[in-house]
Design a protein around this ligand. Structure first.
Ligand code: R5P
Length: 316
């Protein structure tokens, strides 16, 4: 009938339009058009400008700060696309917020990650595409397919090209051992672990260092940097134990409160993060920072999902 209409469209809320644009550029498609504003009372006012009937649509929206606003935008965008008869809707959540409360580890606390997964799933989406969930089992909080990508090939390749000799990969806490082991394997390095205790939401305390770092070059790995307490304490601990030089890498640069100040004062040679979350470096920041784009990985995953090709090749 000669109707010229795209069969794949990518939309973005206000969380990270730059990343959505980079993904569109990887896929060589025009961005979907949506107006996502606010009513005078602060409620979200939105309109999808493209005809999406029968289209395979993707909403790119990390639930990073302002977390609740970004989450609500995501929910309303999906509702809007659903009611506009999109064929298939994928929530692309490069950073899944609220993930750290993933179990009831004391009395009278919520399991926020499960609650947020329920909220997202209730909108009627078909699948989720995400990167480095704080705990991989959060995939199971959704009863729909979740494509869970890892940033380790991207960050690992960056460090592999640097050919750092005598490398020890350090997990900044016990929960991150699996991730650090994957990096150590990729980089042919040794593994060490910092045993941390959390003294409060913004305070951590290092208890022990398991492994040898004396005279070694160290790469400290974490899934996210929030107040940077964890990673900077780990840097201090490996320094105290005689590390020669210290690199830091994390997938999600949440960077809130004292994060930049702590990093500037830490004994760190280089910081590497990805752009799952928009990053704004402070002016004249003393530590060299490299922001690697996650867009090609997400773009390739979207291409494969759209064409019903295997995504698992990207998981390794
Ligand atoms: C903890 O389990 C996470 O992997 C991070 O280490 C932690 O959430 C980072 O928080 P912060 O930067 O505030 O120490």
């Amino acid at each position: 009938m000669g109707i010229d209409k795209p069969d794949l469209l990518i939309f973005s809320g206000n969380a990270h339009p730059q990343l959505a644009a980079e993904i569109c550029s990887y896929l060589r498609i025009a961005s979907g058009k949506a107006t996502v504003g606010r009513f005078p009372d602060g409620e979200i006012d939105l309109k999808i400008e493209n005809d999406v009937r029968g289209v395979d649509v993707y909403v790119v929206q990390p639930t990073c700060p302002p977390v609740n606003d970004n989450l609500m935008e995501l929910l309303l965008m999906i509702d809007c696309l659903k009611r506009a008869s999109a064929d298939r809707i994928t929530a692309v959540i490069p950073y899944f917020g609220y993930a750290r409360k993933d179990r009831k580890d004391e009395g009278r606390v919520p399991i926020s990650a499960k609650m947020v997964a329920n909220l997202i799933a209730q909108t009627g989406i078909d699948r989720v595409l995400t990167v480095d969930l704080h705990a991989t089992q959060i995939q199971g909080f959704f009863d729909i397919p979740v494509d869970h990508l890892f940033a380790s090939p991207l960050i690992g390749d960056h460090f592999r090209k640097m050919s750092i000799p005598d490398l020890v990969v350090v997990s900044s806490d016990v929960g991150g051992i699996k991730m650090a082991r994957a990096y150590a394997k990729r980089l042919n390095g040794e593994l060490a672990i910092v045993d941390k205790r959390r003294a409060g939401p913004a305070e951590t305390e290092v208890m022990n260092l398991i492994g040898q770092v004396e005279g070694k070059n160290v790469l400290i790995i974490d899934d996210l940097i929030s107040t940077a307490g964890t990673i900077c304490d780990a840097a201090g601990a490996v320094k105290k134990h005689g590390a020669k030089s210290i690199y830091i890498a994390a997938t999600h640069p949440v960077m809130c409160g004292p994060a930049w100040k702590r990093l500037a004062e830490a004994p760190v040679k280089k910081l590497v993060v990805t752009n799952t979350i928009p990053v704004e470096l402070p002016e004249r920041f003393a530590v060299p920072v490299e922001v690697l784009s996650i867009a090609p990985l997400l773009g390739e995953a979207i291409r494969r999902i759209h064409l019903n090709l295997s995504v698992s090749a990207l998981f390794t």
